[in-house]
Design a protein around this ligand. Sequence first.
Ligand SMILES: [Zn+2]
Ligand SMILES: [Zn+2]
Length: 366
Amino acid sequence: MRVTAAVMEEKSGVFKLDGIELDAPRPDEVLVEVTATGICHTDLHARDGYFAMPYPAVYGHEGAGVVAAVGSAVEHLAVGDHVVISFPWCGECEHCRADRRSYCQRGRELKSLGMRADGSMTMSRSGTPVYGSFFQQSSFATHALTPARDAVKVRRDAPLEFLGPLGCGLQTGAGAVLNVMKPEAGQSFVAFGAGSVGLAGLMAAKLAGCEPIIAVDIRANRLQLARSLGATHTIDNAREGAIAKIWEITRGGAHFTLETSALPAVFRQAVDCLATRGTCVLVGSARRGAEVSFEMSTLQAGRMVRGVIQGDSRPEQFIPHLVDLFVAGQFPIDRLVTFYDFASINQAAADAVNGTTIKPVLRMPH
Ligand SMILES: [Zn+2]
Ligand SMILES: [Zn+2]
């Protein structure tokens, strides 16, 4: 079928809306009419050539929408279902079989090679292939073709236009806290980076009863938002000595820190401010080759550094749970979202980079 997609023609170019031919669903796939899709930094990393994905390409991996067609073997979804599309996984490797699918051995290629798991392609233009299947969804388009198992059914009374980022960035932050740290009430929590991932973690820490909750960033607007979402303290990392201040607020170091910045110097701060037996969870995606150093004695004192992908989430359980919390007013993701028309995708991408918006979400014209 003919759909409209935001096509990237060359490395670090501009997005151009264009007509694309999209395959019909195979037996195990669903076609989703995209209602809205978040922009995540990974989309922009792909645009800038961090992955092997060639051009022309269509990105987008935080899609939410309505099922428009299902493949013949799909049983758990029907036309009209509301879905959030989450990350891809192979289902066969050691980690998928252990139900730790965000660590899928084929995860990177399924996200960023621009084709299905079997190497076939889903998009073309005037008979020439276009690299789609980004995160097996390429939701910067009016319609997305995705493996049925990556589409998570959500309740119909939740406003669908807010839900796409739960499929990546927001479950990453919330899952790092609720699935990995599992803090007890009264334990201290620090978010390094008050973007969408850090703020989702902060909201989860508030739900868990953490105290104090500290947000560290260099942008005043983000720190202010963090305070209104539950931070008891904020630190401007450009002006204040974060480690000394965290040490003072927590009286001896933080129980849990969440590193979202992907900057080596900030990652080190997130480890150096830990209490004895404290845990730092790393979720920020650094470029290959980025290195960081610690003092070995710091880690030896029972401190832990744990890398986490997608918040250790089992999306079909965790995303509906987060939607319930959102509807109940306890996980106010609407406070993070700024909507843009699909045609304004280049403005939305620029605002994501310069930090004026926390989570840009593109609304599709239907
Ligand atoms: Zn993402
Ligand atoms: Zn796998």
